[in-house]
Write a protein that binds this ligand. Structure first.
Ligand code: GAP
Length: 514
């Protein structure tokens, strides 16, 4: 565990050192849970967004995109339930004066039982070697059974308290489990209170005329309020989807783990409108489609899992998360929800407009049901970074830091180096870039010796490097170096585009989805 924490710290510093992610307003020592993307980060982020957008809008004839405003009419958030219920249960420790999410304290406690069980299993696996049968060990080992029973009982009690919105019971669980504040080490806890996560601001120039509006806490509502506009102007027939990428804001109290939980973040959401009664079938389809999208990146199926929700929001009839194996455990990257007709019905009620679909096949009007897929760009970025980062031991004792980014997501696709800064080599290298820059992102570098230049490119995940040397001027060939194998081969300049373009294009990923 400690080793994993170390790796995570290294990833965070790597992100800063190589221009991926900076703390916001860095010169003023940063702003909590807000981050800026640097010169390489923005390219990687844009590639993730393109991969998602194209998989939705290009690959589905019945999905279109929109870009709604961040500010919305305040009634939107009354109708959606966010004004009344978008809350976190908070608890303070009186000694350290630190504030925590009560549900997170309890979830961490559940994770501690899981860790204890895993420790027993790892120990036994080591002891028994090949002959170890994990299922049998779980079913028979007294210590594991005891931990498992405690864990399950706690989980059931916690799920019930959350479902019943029972704040006193949440506090009682914290006391009964003897959970202490990590700062003060004491159990001197306040009551649990609800805290709304939406940021408020005012619109209007005069004090009397001003009214309170919110920064949107999810992009989804921008889609719901545009359902009629898009359905009518696009003559959309059910089932159809509306996709959107945009910023969302939440006043997160427990902001932890770098860009995993931020106060300003970006979402990629798609609402898929279906005929009532078909929603669970579509829910299953979208679960598979979204999992395939993740797995096409080649990070290994074992690093993903579905986590079906025990606690369903009152308007949902099915919900699952896609979790990814981060250095700090399996964590939610995407949510897939069957939201019934709740949002459209609420907006119909609050706006007084009829928000329905006329079905030409059955000659009836109804409110469509909705399947939502919702993924955080920043969490996706973090999962890509965590999986790609490696400190590789090389023969001879050297270590190189390399990002094994999927080539289609890498910020720079090809780096071109003149071996030296003279004899026409820089000009030749520039010529190659001038030709290829229309097809993919190329970078020219002439500073330092070649080995150092390769390492800098490894560190930002550039899949290919080309070196121009005196032989190039004679026969128009260059050495092409592969980031992962570090192998070099001599190729003709005229063949470079053919070798590289397919490999680094988003299309190469999209083709895996069909
Ligand atoms: N419209 C549904 C919705 O917003 P959610 O589970 O609250 O559902 C969806 O959020 C996704 O947005 C999450 O799976 C996560 O990837 C991302 N997300 C949510 N809160 C976030 C935060 N504070 N920082 C970064 N990403 C966040």
């Amino acid at each position: 565990m400690a080793q994993q924490e170390d790796v995570f710290k290294k990833i965070v510093s790597h992100c800063k050192e190589y221009g991926f992610v900076f703390p916001s307003s860095d010169i003023y020592d940063g702003l909590g849970a807000v981050y800026d993307y640097g010169q390489n980060g923005v390219e990687l982020k844009n590639n993730i967004k393109q991969y998602w957008w194209q998989s939705m809008v290009l690959l589905h004839q019945n999905i279109v995109g929109i870009d709604a405003a961040i500010f919305m009419h305040p009634t939107t958030w009354k109708a959606s339930g966010h004004v009344d219920a978008f809350n976190d249960p908070l608890i303070d420790n009186r000694d350290s004066k630190k504030r925590y999410r009560a549900d997170v304290l309890i979830e961490d406690q559940i994770a501690k039982y899981d860790e204890k069980i895993q420790k027993e299993i790892d120990k036994a696996a080591k002891r028994f070697g090949e002959a170890f049968d994990e299922a049998q060990f779980r079913a028979t080992n007294a210590r594991v059974i005891e931990h498992q029973q405690k864990r399950d009982a706690l989980h059931a009690r916690f799920a019930k308290a959350m479902n019943d919105n029972d704040l006193d019971e949440l506090r009682q669980i914290i006391l009964d489990e003897e959970i202490v504040c990590p700062i003060s080490g004491t159990r001197n806890w306040t009551e649990v209170r609800q805290f709304n996560l939406m940021f408020k601001t005012e619109v209007g120039s005069t004090a009397e005329g001003a009214s309170t509006i919110y920064l949107r806490p999810e992009t989804a509502q921008g889609i719901f309020v545009n359902y009629l506009n898009v359905q009518k102007t696009g003559r959309m027939k059910l089932p159809f989807g509306i996709a959107q990428i945009g910023k969302a804001f939440r006043n997160e109290i427990v902001a932890r783990q770098f860009i995993f939980r931020m106060r300003e973040f970006e979402q990629m959401e798609m609402q898929f409108f279906v005929k009532p009664g078909t929603e669970l079938e579509w829910f299953q389809k979208w679960k598979q489609t979204r999992m395939a999208w993740h797995q096409a990146l080649g990070f290994g199926a074992e690093n993903y899992r579905f986590h079906d929700h025990d606690k369903l929001a009152h308007y949902a009839n099915a919900a699952t998360d896609i979790e990814f194996h981060m250095p700090f455990g399996f964590k939610e990257v995407e949510g897939i929800h069957s939201r019934t007709n709740f949002d459209l019905s609420q907006h119909a009620k609050y706006s007084g407009k009829k928000i329905e679909y006329f079905d030409p096949e059955t000659n009836e009007s109804y409110t469509p049901f909705v399947i939502e897929t919702s993924i955080g760009v920043d969490r996706m970025f973090l999962s890509v970074m965590c999986h790609s980062f490696e400190e590789e031991q090389l023969p001879g004792g050297d270590v190189r830091t390399v990002l094994h980014l999927p080539a289609a997501l890498a910020p720079v696709k090809l780096a071109v180096f003149p071996l030296t800064k003279k004899d026409g080599l820089p000009e030749k290298a520039q010529e190659i870039i001038n030709d290829l820059r229309f097809h993919f992102n190329c970078k020219y570098e002439e500073k330092d010796q070649i080995g150092k230049r390769y390492r800098r490119m490894d560190a930002i995940g550039t899949p290919y490097c080309v070196t121009v040397d005196p032989q190039t001027l004679e026969d128009n060939t260059v050495t092409l170096r592969d980031r992962d194998t570090m192998e070099q081969r001599r190729v003709n300049i005229a063949d470079l585009r053919g070798i590289i373009e397919d490999e680094v294009s988003i299309t190469s990923l999209l083709k895996k989805l069909l």
